[in-house]
Design a protein around this ligand. Structure first.
Ligand SMILES: Nc1ncnc2c1ncn2[C@@H]1O[C@H](COP(=O)(O)OP(=O)(O)OP(=O)(O)O)[C@@H](O)[C@H]1O
Ligand SMILES: [Mg+2]
Length: 267
C-alpha cells in the first residue's frame, strides 16, 4: 500500500541505451529518516538517482516511484523539483555566466512559488553560507565555474539548505572531499535535517563509511547489487561492509534461497 509520507520505489526496472541496469529495485525512504545506499561500482546507484530526477536517457521498463501518492515517473524534472525532490550529483554542472546567489534566488522562488526581495534572500543566503563554513563572496561567483571539487560539493549542500526540499538524494556528495570537508558536509546535512523537524527524507549514496560516521541520525543502510536492493539493515551494516567487502556479502547472499531471482521468464 502506498505511503503518502515516503518516497516509495516499487519493482523499478530501468534500461540505458537498451541495456537493463535496474532489475527490480524496491526501496522506501520515509520522511523523517536518513538512509544510505551503498554497493559496488556499476551496481546501478547513479542510474537510480538519474531515474529519480527524470533524466531522459533512462528508460523505465517497469515499476513505480511514488511520492505524495503520485507516480512521479510521469512528471518532468521541473515538476519533480517543485514537489520537493532534490538531487545532488556525483558530477555537479557548471553554469557559466550565472552567479550562484542569483541562481539560488530564482530556484527558490520557482520551488516555493513566492517572490522574495533580493535583499531579504541575500541575508538568508549569508546565514546558510555560514552554516557551511563558506565565504559570503561565494554568492557572487558563477555557478561552479572554477570551483574546486570540494567547493562544488559544498555548493550542492548550500542549494539543499536554501531550497528546503522534502526528499533529498545525494549521489556521492562525499567523494573528492578532504576529511574536514566530509565532516562539514555531514554536519550541514544533520543541521538541515534537524531543522526540517521530520519533514525531510534523505538518501545518501556513498561508497564510504566515513561520511556515514558523521551522519546523525542514520536510520538505515541499503545495499544495491546488480540492479537490485539486496540487503537493508541498521547503521552498523556500513561498518560490516567496510570490514568484509562486497565479494563476501555476494557469496553469502547467493547461498540464501530467493536471491538469484530472474526478473521474468524463468521458473
Ligand atoms: N549508456 C550506457 N550503456 C550501457 N551501459 C551503461 C550505460 N550507462 C551506464 N551503464 C552501465 O550501468 C551500470 C550501472 O552504472 P551506475 O553508474 O548506475 O553505477 P553506480 O552504482 O553508480 O557505480 P559507481 O559506484 O561506480 O558510481 C554500469 O555497469 C554502467 O557501465
Ligand atoms: Mg555512481
Amino acid at each position: 500500500m502506498a505511503q503518502t509520507d515516503a518516497l516509495e520505489i516499487r519493482g523499478l526496472r530501468v534500461a540505458v541505451d537498451g541495456k537493463e541496469i535496474l532489475k527490480g529495485v524496491d526501496l522506501v525512504v520515509p520522511k523523517g529518516e536518513i538512509h544510505a545506499l551503498m554497493g559496488p561500482n556499476g551496481s546501478g546507484k547513479s542510474t537510480l538517482a538519474q531515474t529519480l530526477m527524470g533524466h531522459p536517457r533512462y528508460e523505465v521498463l517497469e515499476g513505480q516511484v511514488l511520492w505524495k501518492g503520485e507516480n512521479i515517473l510521469e512528471l518532468s524534472p521541473d515538476e519533480r523539483a517543485k514537489k520537493g525532490l532534490f538531487l545532488a550529483f556525483q558530477y555537479p554542472v557548471e553554469i557559466p555566466g550565472v552567479a550562484l546567489g542569483n541562481f539560488l534566488h530564482i530556484a527558490y522562488q520557482a520551488r516555493t512559488g513566492q517572490e522574495v526581495p533580493v535583499g531579504r534572500f541575500h541575508r538568508q543566503l549569508v546565514q546558510k553560507l555560514k552554516l557551511l563554513d563558506m565565504d559570503p563572496s561565494f554568492a557572487n561567483r558563477n555557478l561552479n565555474e572554477g570551483f574546486s571539487g570540494g567547493e562544488k560539493k559544498r555548493c550542492e549542500i548550500l542549494q539543499m539548505a536554501v531550497l528546503e526540499p522534502e526528499m533529498v538524494v545525494m549521489d556521492e556528495t562525499d567523494s573528492g572531499l578532504d576529511i574536514d570537508a566530509v565532516r562539514i558536509v555531514a554536519n550541514a546535512v544533520n543541521r538541515i535535517f534537524a531543522e526540517s523537524q521530520g519533514k525531510m527524507g534523505v538518501l545518501i549514496i556513498t561508497h564510504y563509511q566515513r561520511i556515514l560516521r558523521y551522519i546523525q541520525p542514520l536510520h538505515r543502510v541499503n545495499v544495491m547489487m546488480d540492479g537490485r536492493v539486496v540487503l537493508s539493515d541498521g547503521p552498523e551494516l556500513a561498518e560490516r561492509l567496510e570490514e568484509m567487502g562486497y565479494d563476501f556479502l555476494e557469496k553469502r547472499l547467493h547461498e540464501q534461497a530467493g536471491f538469484v531471482k530472474e526478473p521474468s521468464g524463468s521458473d
